[in-house]
Design a protein around this ligand. Structure first.
Ligand SMILES: NC(=O)c1ccc[n+]([C@@H]2O[C@H](COP(=O)([O-])OP(=O)(O)OC[C@H]3O[C@@H](n4cnc5c(N)ncnc54)[C@H](OP(=O)(O)O)[C@@H]3O)[C@@H](O)[C@H]2O)c1
Length: 236
């Protein structure tokens, strides 16, 4: 894919991985719409990114289909086409299953799993038109289960299955579909404050570079499921 002037939509682009991917795509000359639940937070992120007119700020809670539909329509109105969608927004609540709060379960399922479907549902016609690329941000938690992860594991195993099946449905339209499954990334996830202590983790810009590499890959080749982990977790 020639990236200059291509249009991307990144859910949860106000910080962390989504923000870093936005930066990488902008550096390639792409136009990028970023979303989050709070418009002020998204606008602050856009100010940090720079690139002025190449960035569109959207308030959209991915748990609401109508919000995702409106977000995609705003992108099409501004730029006329949509080439890349990264369903990245996600939350994590970690507790032994007997202590897991019902509200936390619902928030994870509605955001991490249903939200990913809503983002695809709202954008799939636009992606068919451009033979675009749809990616999800799953996790190694989508293949490795762990204690206190029952709710989060359930959503990320779900995202991996969802994305792989979607890949089989959509590739005949020329749409590429990939799920990226990182281990620990130095972000604000789960109330983390990124700092020196996170130097051993994958850095968000590493995922940004990976997304650029995927977009530039030859059209005939599709890495559909990518596990990525810190090289030296022993340095934790
Ligand atoms: N960090 C890791 O170690 C790691 C590892 C593997 C996978 N992941 C996955 O990577 C993705 C990004 O996480 P991150 O690490 O970058 O975390 P982060 O720094 O906390 O960023 C999460 C982003 O998601 C947005 N968001 C949350 N709920 C949303 C909703 N309902 N609607 C729209 N946006 C929403 C947040 O924006 P607002 O709060 O402004 O709405 C924020 O921009 C998640 O799916 C996470 O599960 C993370």
């Amino acid at each position: 894919m020639e990236l200059k002037n291509k249009v991307a939509y990144i859910t949860g682009g106000s910080k962390g991985i989504g923000f870093a991917v936005a930066k990488s795509l902008l550096q390639q000359g792409m136009k990028v719409a970023i979303s989050g639940r709070n418009l002020k937070t998204v606008k602050n992120a856009a100010a940090k990114l720079g690139y002025e007119d190449a960035v569109l700020t959207l308030q959209s809670d991915v748990t609401q289909y109508s919000a995702e539909d409106k977000a995609v329509k705003e992108i099409l109105k501004k730029w006329g086409h949509l080439d890349v969608v990264l369903a990245n927004a996600g939350v994590g609540h970690f507790a032994p299953v007997d202590d897991l709060e019902i509200a936390d379960w619902h928030q994870m399922v509605n955001t991490n799993l249903t939200g990913v479907f809503f983002t695809l549902k709202a954008s799939v016609d636009a992606l068919k038109a451009t033979k675009g690329y749809y990616m999800t941000l799953a996790s190694l938690a989508g293949t490795n289960f762990f204690a206190s992860g029952a709710g989060y594991n359930a959503t990320k195993f779900g995202v991996v299955g969802f994305t792989q099946a979607a890949m089989l449905d959509l590739r005949k339209y020329g749409i590429k579909v990939t799920t990226i499954m990182p281990g620990s990334v130095a972000t604000h996830f789960n109330d983390n404050e990124p700092s020196e202590k996170d130097a051993w983790k994958i850095q968000p810009e590493d995922i940004g570079n990976m997304v650029v590499d995927l977009l530039k890959m030859h059209p005939r080749t599709l890495p559909s499921k990518i596990e990525v982990r810190p090289t030296r977790p022993d340095l934790k």
